[in-house]
Design a protein around this ligand. Structure first.
Ligand code: KIV
Length: 281
């Protein structure tokens, strides 16, 4: 399969062929996504919570994200790799946003970066990063990095003012040069209107039918413990399977049934004799 490119993603949109995006945060996750044939892999800052154990996406640093991104890059061949730029790494100035984005391209081999928000300053960041030659995916609707300002982790575009803001911001990010837009936690009817308005692909998460879909890998595999968002669908039970496997291992260690003869190395008579001699036997 050829490497997925921006024109190929645009073609999929034009042909009405859904784009498949999934997050990944490490080499095995990226290998699984690659082997499953997804189009796009997102090194999401959701990794802050699902793999690093933070209670939100806010604390994760660029250096931490770069470790995850490099591992994902090493595990992908054809999938288009998008990296989230973390909170605080683009907010100060356009120059800071360009510097951060360049790090993801040079140090992790990212194909693109993803930026949350559609305010005037965010549009300025998108323009600057695109002008530096780095493709940008925009992210609107529920933007977890600034969830406090949105009143919490809640669906967006449900009131007149919020829906109108979403339309303005969606037009804005496209005009600023984003080649793709992720829309999170938005009523399906509003997503449908945005699809009619924009010419770039819209990837939805909790946003109804769109040009493509994205889910957090740990959520879809069933690794995430406890509450997940309404829009999550679990396709596996890897978390429970992992606990069961570790319990089985622990039980066999405790009962001395593991390791069995097939897991042992055999010593030569010479090695045993030499060890005995060294022990003075
Ligand atoms: O960080 C992430 O996983 C994301 C997706 C929810 C789109 O931004």
């Amino acid at each position: 399969m050829p490497k997925v490119s921006i024109p190929a993603l645009a073609e999929k949109r034009a042909a009405g062929e859904p784009i498949v995006m999934v997050t990944a945060y490490d080499y095995p996750g990226a290998r699984a996504a690659e082997r499953a044939g997804v189009d796009m892999v997102l090194v999401g800052d959701s990794g802050a919570q699902v793999v690093l154990g933070y209670d939100s996406t806010v604390p994760v640093t660029t250096d931490e994200m770069l470790v995850l991104a490099r591992a994902v890059r090493r595990g992908t061949e054809t999938a288009f790799v998008v990296c989230d730029v973390p909170f605080g790494s683009t907010e100060v100035s356009d120059a800071q946003a360009v510097e951060t984005s360049i790090r993801f391209v040079k140090e992790a081999g990212a194909d693109s970066v993803k930026l949350e928000g559609g305010s005037e300053s965010r549009l300025s960041r998108i323009r600057a990063i695109v002008a530096a030659g780095i493709p940008v995916v925009a992210h609107l609707g529920l933007t977890p990095q600034t969830a406090t300002a949105l009143g919490g982790m809640r669906a967006q575009g449900r009131t007149g003012a919020s829906a109108a803001k979403l339309v303005r911001e969606a037009r804005g990010v496209q005009e600023a040069g984003a080649f793709c837009l992720v829309v999170e936690a938005v009523p399906a009817e509003i997503t449908e209107l945005l699809r009619g308005e924009l010419s770039i692909p819209i990837i939805g998460i909790g946003a109804g039918d769109a040009d493509g879909q994205v889910l957090v890998l740990n959520d879809l595999l069933g690794i995430t413990e406890g509450h997940t968002a309404k829009f999550v669908k679990r396709y596996g039970s890897v978390g429970d399977d992992s606990v069961a496997a570790i319990e089985a291992y622990a039980a066999e260690v405790r009962s001395r049934t593991f390791p069995g003869p097939e897991h042992r190395y055999a010593a030569t008579d010479e090695a045993i004799a030499a060890a005995r001699a060294e022990l003075g036997e």
